[in-house]
Structures are given as C-alpha cells and as structure tokens.
Design a protein around this ligand. Structure first.
Ligand code: PMP
Length: 359
C-alpha cells in the first residue's frame, strides 16, 4: 500500500514526542516521577510511568493473533484504534470514510469529530442485512480514505465473508484502507481476516484488522484492543497514540488473560455463549411478540418486536435493559439483546412470556 499517498501529510511528517528514556537498572531521575510508591497503592510500581509501548504485551498479542510483533499496536480498546485511523488518514473538511449502516455508530462519531464526511452504502435490509459490495465500491470517491467493515456486524450479527473483504481490498487498492472490525470475531466460528496477511503477494496491504479483549476475553473494563496492519501503518498510528497509553495494571491484567490456561477458559466461555445464543434464539422465535430474530454470529441477537416500546417498558419493570435503535429507520421496533448468563437469559424469557400472556 502506498501509505504516502493515503495518510495525512502532517501525520507522515509528525515528529513524535520524545519520552524520557527507560533503561532497566539505571536510576530514574529523568521523568519527574515520585521516587516512592503511593501509600496503600493497589499495585507495585505505579509511581513509575508504564512502558511507552509495552514490549511483552505486543509480543503476546502478536502470538495470540498469529502475526509478527511489528504488525500489532495495542490501543485503549478498539474504539481508540478507530479514532487513530480516522485522525491519521482523513483530512478535515476534505476526506471521507465509508460505512454500511446499520452498524457500529462510533465510526461516524469519530469521523464527525475529525471533520471527515461519512458516506454510506446501507446493508441489504431485504437480504438479512448482507453487505452490498457493489454499492460500497460505487459509493467511494477519490477522497474516501477508510472503508469500515464490521464483521460480525454490530447490531445485525451478520458475518462478512472473507471473499468480500478480498474484493474490497483489491477494489480499493492504493485508494482506501479497508478496516475490518472484528470485535466479535471469536463468536463467529469463521476465519479471521488476519489470515489474508499470510498472502505474500502484498495484495492485501491496505487491510487493517481491529480486535479487542473487551468481548470474548471478558475485559471490557480493562480497555485493550489491537490494530493489526502492515508495519508502515502500525508505525504511523503509533506516532499519534499517546505515550504511556496503556496503564501498568491494564498491561498486567491483559498479560495474565493471555496465559494459555486463561485463553482456554475464555474459549470455554465463548462456547457457553454460543450455546446460550442458540437457546435464546429458539425461545425468542417462539414468543408471540417477536416478529423476527436475525441469525447471529456474535454474542447478541437482533430481535424485531411487534411493539418495542411496550416490550422495553415491561422488561424495565423486570429490571432488564436491552438496546434499541430509535434513530435508525431500518431498525424500527428492533432491539439488540446481549446473550447473558443462563439465569439472566431465563429472566428475560420469563419476562417476555409474562408480557406475551398479558397482551
Ligand atoms: N467495534 C464494535 C463493532 C463494537 O461493537 C465495539 C464495542 N461495542 C467496539 C468496536 C469497541 O470496543 P472496545 O473499545 O471495547 O474494544
């Protein structure tokens, strides 16, 4: 990918902040840190700044996702990665991103913040919200720097096949970066777009994949995600990511979660979610108030109700929250329901049964 032509000139030419050196074993009088730990502080070493870009964390994330360490940048959740990409590639008032709604709303929000336009190629509402590849390609302009593909998509739950990602990467070669947001990949039982980096021809160099520890690894509170991209893009984004972005306790906690036994535990938890997703989907389809449950490759279900406001009121009375999308016309009366623990899913089903009996 010719990053020189795609990225913002100011970012290519940016001179990153030079942090105080961190040399193990040397007395650190160069960073204005406190020499003693805080009294009663929860973790050791918090009087010192964390590593600028934590080496072991990057190595472990790289091994976990099956790429080399120079292809990984750890960020504060994958949300931050979206922001970094838009800031690095989109010139305010000039460039655009392409998204396929209904999809994760933060792409547009970060584009708005940067002053970039958001172009849309809606998912096909009459075809289970499938991606309309032709309309994505036709809708892009010379100024479209980023094409966001969310797979599995939030909130529809559908998977975008790798063949579509390949087609988009080739169709936008040298013109756009294709960002595949795989926040929910572990629930999809499908190969990751990361596998395309194995193609030595360089045909997929304009691909960027986003992963997160927030979902399948149960670490939403830790705020850790990863950009997986060719080394030139990783270097570019690293230049604008704040120094010391990841806090010491976060790094420790993520390293712990990436130990083999804990990865295995996370895989078991994903299996439990998949079983519950199946059970919940079947039960919801029996519910008279439910119009449709979309097939999901994720840890949630998109459900259309006959009368969503009424269902929401009743669920609220049972102390249950679900997510509605009031502003989106293609999702009228639809709600996204996260797959919870078996007891939580039972509560939901009981509450819906109760509402069904009353109507
Ligand atoms: N992408 C998608 C599709 C999401 O649904 C979310 C969170 N809901 C994110 C990215 C951001 O997740 P995080 O910042 O926690 O990694």
């Amino acid at each position: 990918m010719n990053i020189e032509n795609l990225a913002r000139r100011e970012i290519l030419e940016l001179r990153p902040y030079e942090t105080a050196k961190q040399v193990p074993g040397l007395v650190r009088l160069n960073a204005n840190e406190a020499p003693w730990p805080a009294d009663g502080s929860a973790a050791d070493g918090l009087n010192r700044y964390p590593e600028i870009r934590p080496l072991e964390l990057h190595a472990r994330l790289a091994a976990h996702y099956g790429v080399s360490p120079d292809m990984i940048l750890a960020t504060r959740g994958s949300s931050e990665a979206i922001d970094l990409l838009i800031r690095a590639f989109c010139r305010a008032g000039m460039d655009s991103i392409m998204v396929s709604p209904p999809t994760f709303a933060m792409y547009r929000v970060y584009a708005d913040i940067q002053g970039a336009r958001t172009l849309t190629a809606p998912l096909l509402a009459n075809d289970e919200f499938a991606l309309d590849i032709a309309s994505v390609l036709e809708g892009c302009t010379a100024e479209t720097k980023l094409v966001f593909i969310c797979s599995p998509n939030n909130p529809t739950g559908g998977l975008v096949p790798l063949s579509a990602v390949q087609e988009l990467c080739l169709g936008r070669a040298d013109r756009s970066v294709v960002v595949v947001d795989e926040a929910y990949a572990e629930f999809s039982e499908a190969p990751s777009a990361v596998s395309l980096f194995g193609d030595d021809s360089g045909r997929y160099d304009n691909l960027v994949v986003l992963r997160t520890l927030s979902k399948a690894h149960s670490l939403a509170g830790a705020r850790c995600g990863a950009v997986i991209a060719c080394p030139a893009v990783v270097k570019l984004l690293s230049g604008i990511l704040a120094p010391y972005a990841l806090a010491t306790p976060v790094v420790d906690c993520v390293l712990h979660s990436l130990e083999p036994a804990n990865v295995e535990r996370a895989q078991t938890a994903v299996g439990n979610i998949l079983r519950e997703r199946e059970r919940l989907g079947l039960a919801l389809r029996q519910c008279p108030e439910v119009v449709k449950v979309w097939p999901s490759r994720s840890n949630f279900l998109l459900v259309e109700f006959q009368d969503l406001p009424e269902v929401e009121r009743r669920l609220r009375a049972h102390r249950i929250l679900i997510r509605e999308f009031g502003r989106d016309v293609s999702l009228r009366n639809c709600a996204r329901i996260s797959v919870g623990k078996p007891q939580e899913n039972d509560l939901l089903l009981a509450a819906l049964d109760a509402s069904a009996q009353r109507s």
